[in-house]
Ligand binder design. Structure first.
Ligand SMILES: Nc1ncnc2c1ncn2[C@@H]1O[C@H](COP(=O)(O)OP(=O)(O)OP(=O)(O)O)[C@@H](O)[C@H]1O
Ligand SMILES: [Mg+2]
Length: 412
């Protein structure tokens, strides 16, 4: 705070002094000499500003952290997420302390176990978090395990001095909306950080608008700014196919793709790019951009959830917030989902989450409508069929089950 005040005081003094100097010069110096002095002062000022800027940039580049071979990188302490940037969760300060530890090359006769290595990297937390947060998604979880195994073995090889190029880690997550792509990407960022493949492990979420400009000279700085923010972490490009507009020669998307391709190749040890979107559109995008396709090492496909999975997801979500569905309510919820799945803009687990939020609202409203009644703890936790059947979706659709009918029947 005082530094700021001092800065303003200094600037004000400088301005006052300059004004006095100009007034004095006007009064006492001939105008030709004044023009020469003014010109010299201007040139000196501009040279100083340019020189100072260049010196600052050189200093910044020089002080950027470099990843030593085999050494665990460090997360920038206290780094706060910026716009579009998300912290990957569950990271402990112990991981930071370990990050700075020097890796000693093991003797060829020594042995290690991968379980000890897993424990040392604290990646078990990531897998339990994946399991707790996400119902089902077995093939995706298996793929994450496979990537983790590759990196774990790579890490142990490093410890024995077996140097190998860092594996390519750029990925593509395909799937319908609400199938868990962003959630898994956050866990992936955390996993890569813990295993030492990312310096910070944060995730920057970007879409076309964050990368592509609207006029000449706008795209490169925009793309570079986003890349700069993502350095040391994951750049998650949602609906990546919108970067490219086939047949539109005035589009600047290609300029952005060219920069991305370059950075994905040259800075692959500093940044992991995850492209996400619908599978069919991603396939078309890769066909038109073979350079991008060849840089993607891992494809994870997020299948749409089946009815039973959606119900289980709903149950898990409610459980986390100390609510539950009565037996009738669960049947009504199944009916709701059956209808909702056939509707436009259905977004899998996100639709489940949204509907359950509305159900909680109706439950609260139902209780509040009879404020004189005594309520038990169970009353406050239990969602009833009526809370679900009050959804406007049922009013629009044909009755779907007997339960709906029975719940609508007035109590005898
Ligand atoms: N298998 C699952 N189990 C429990 N919750 C889930 C599951 N999949 C997704 N969710 C939840 O659904 C919501 C949406 O998930 P997420 O944002 O990861 O989906 P997405 O695939 O990135 O969607 P979009 O393509 O629309 O961006 C989140 O609250 C997430 O926790
Ligand atoms: Mg998403």
């Amino acid at each position: 705070m005082y530094g700021l005040k001092l800065k303003y005081a200094k600037s004000s003094l400088l301005i006052v002094a300059s004004l006095i100097a100009i007034i004095l010069a006007f009064s006492y110096l001939p105008h030709a000499l004044l023009a020469i002095v003014g010109g010299l002062v201007f040139i000196l000022g501009v040279s100083y500003a340019l020189g100072h800027n260049a010196w600052k940039q050189t200093k910044d580049i020089g002080s950027r952290p470099q990843r030593a071979a085999g050494a665990r990188p460090q997360r920038a302490a206290g780094a706060r997420p910026q716009r579009g940037e998300r912290k990957s969760g569950g990271r402990k300060p112990r991981a930071e302390a370990r990050a700075s530890r020097k890796v000693e090359i093991l003797h060829p006769e020594e042995t290690v176990t991968l379980s000890a290595e897993r424990e040392a990297a604290e990646i078990e937390d990531v897998f339990s978090s994946l399991d707790n947060q996400l119902v089902g998604l077995v093939p995706v979880k298996k793929k994450v395990e496979e990537i983790a195994s590759l990196l774990l073995v790579d890490r142990v090889r490093h410890r024995f001095g077996l140097d190998a190029p860092r594996p390519n880690l750029h990925m593509c997550f395909t799937g319908d909306p609400g199938t868990g792509k962003t959630t898994v990407a956050l866990q992936m960022a955390d996993l890569l950080f813990r295993l030492g493949y990312l310096e910070k492990g944060h995730l920057v979420h970007a879409m076309r608008d964050d990368l592509v400009g609207e006029f000449i000279g706008h795209t490169a700085p925009k793309t570079k700014r986003t890349l700069e923010r993502a350095m040391g972490g994951v750049l998650f490009i949602d609906e990546a196919y919108y970067l490219y507009r086939a047949g539109d020669s005035k589009d600047y998307g290609q300029e952005c793709i060219d920069i991305l391709l370059q950075v994905m190749e040259n800075d692959r040890d500093k940044l992991v790019v995850i492209l996400a979107g619908y599978k069919d559109r991603m396939d078309v995008f890769f066909e038109s951009n073979p350079g991008m396709s060849s840089r993607i090492a891992h494809h994870l496909d997020f299948a749409p959830y089946k009815l039973d999975e959606l119900v289980a997801i709903g149950r898990a979500m409610l459980d986390r917030s100390a609510y539950y569905l009565s037996a009738d309510a669960e049947m009504a919820f199944r009916d709701y989902l059956t209808l909702r799945m056939g509707q436009p803009r259905f977004a899998n687990a996100r639709s489940v989450r949204n509907e359950l939020e509305r159900t909680r609202l109706r439950h609260a409203f139902r209780l509040a409508a009879e404020p004189e009644l005594s309520r038990s703890k169970d009353d406050l936790m239990r969602l009833e069929a009526a809370d679900i059947l009050a959804s406007p979706l049922f009013a629009l659709a044909e009755p779907v089950s007997a339960i709906e009918e029975s719940a609508r029947r007035p109590p005898r």
